[in-house]
Design a protein around this ligand. Structure first.
Ligand SMILES: [Zn+2]
Ligand SMILES: [Zn+2]
Length: 310
């Protein structure tokens, strides 16, 4: 599982930072969370396969999160896409997309499935599911969590031999976590043969929000929490509340409270530079903070994450 930050500015882009868009590559798919202006160019720069892009999740309809969407949809058409593309986002997403397509007289020939959602599990696949919940911002905004399903532990072949479990379907049953009875009457519990269950990874995405209960729920135990880093300074506390954003202190406190492993701050106000120097004060609250930069990549392994900057 890889996370690639395509755009990390809020409001307006800067020469170094494009607008919000984050890709997650997992299970043969590329997921896109938000689609700020310039996303199609950033997808190209990151070398991501367009064909693998199947699902785009939009947090809210503010321009810095959706203006790049039409460009991506048109690039997919030019690239000859023929498989469906699934869009998820708040009410209004369908009207925005369909009206734009109609006014531009653009031809999108592949199937565009637009899901206007407001909470709960929104897609449930074999290996993962994605859930969302409303956050606290100036307009209706959704946070998301991508959850890899837990897998049964590793099958211990040596032990299976010792216990006389024949190769074949009976072993598959055990691997699926079922109890079996051998021909000689011995009852085998999956716990006898399987190692500890392998815990699935969780990536939460909560941008453009004040700290709130739903953000905490989505973030809970996440391997990586991607969170609103608009304001670094406590001085902007009032401004953060008024505009529906968070300060770094609030982000760090939320990460500590919810047991996340890594906190990645993004969506930085373009008025700030040299953000790194403000970081140590907040690492005292929660040590594992990463400041996102454009095209930065995070490898999410089971247990821990590795960072590569470009
Ligand atoms: Zn924003
Ligand atoms: Zn916003």
């Amino acid at each position: 599982m890889r996370i690639i930050f395509l755009g990390t500015a809020s409001g307006v882009p800067t020469p170094k930072r494009r607008l919000s868009a984050t890709a997650v590559v997992y299970d043969g798919e590329t997921f896109l969370f938000d689609c700020g202006e310039g996303s199609q160019m950033q997808l190209r720069k990151a070398g991501l396969r367009w064909g693998a892009l199947r699902r785009i999740f939009i947090s809210h309809l503010h321009g810095d999160h959706i203006i790049g969407l039409l460009g991506v949809l048109m690039s997919l058409q030019v690239g000859g896409r023929d498989s469906p593309l699934f869009l998820y986002g708040p009410t209004g997403l369908e009207e925005y997309v369909q009206t734009s397509i109609r006014l531009m007289q653009a031809r999108i020939r592949y199937e565009l499935v637009i899901n206007e959602i407001s909470g709960g599990v929104i897609c449930d696949e074999k290996n993962y599911y994605v859930a969302c919940a409303p956050l606290e911002h100036r307009i209706f905004t959704l946070g998301y969590v991508l959850v890899e399903k837990d897998r049964p532990g590793r099958f211990n072949v040596e032990k299976a031999e010792q216990l006389g479990i024949p190769a074949g379907p009976i072993r598959s049953q055990i691997q699926l976590g079922e109890e079996v009875v051998l021909d000689n009457g011995t009852r085998i519990s999956p716990d006898d043969i399987l190692g500890p269950p392998r815990k699935g990874r969780r990536v939460a995405y909560c941008l453009d929000t004040s700290p709130c209960e739903n953000a905490e729920k989505l973030a809970s135990e996440a391997d990586v929490l991607i969170y609103d880093g608009t304001f670094f300074s406590d001085e902007h506390q009032t401004l953060a509340r008024r505009t529906g954003h968070s300060t770094w202190r609030e982000a760090a406190e939320l990460a500590r409270k919810t047991g996340v492993k890594r906190l990645v701050l993004t969506h930085f106000s373009p008025r700030y530079t040299e953000l790194e120097k403000f970081l140590p004060a907040f690492q005292a609250i929660f040590p594992e903070i990463i400041l996102a930069s454009d095209l930065m990549e995070i490898e999410v392994e089971r247990q821990h994450a590795h960072v590569h900057r470009h």
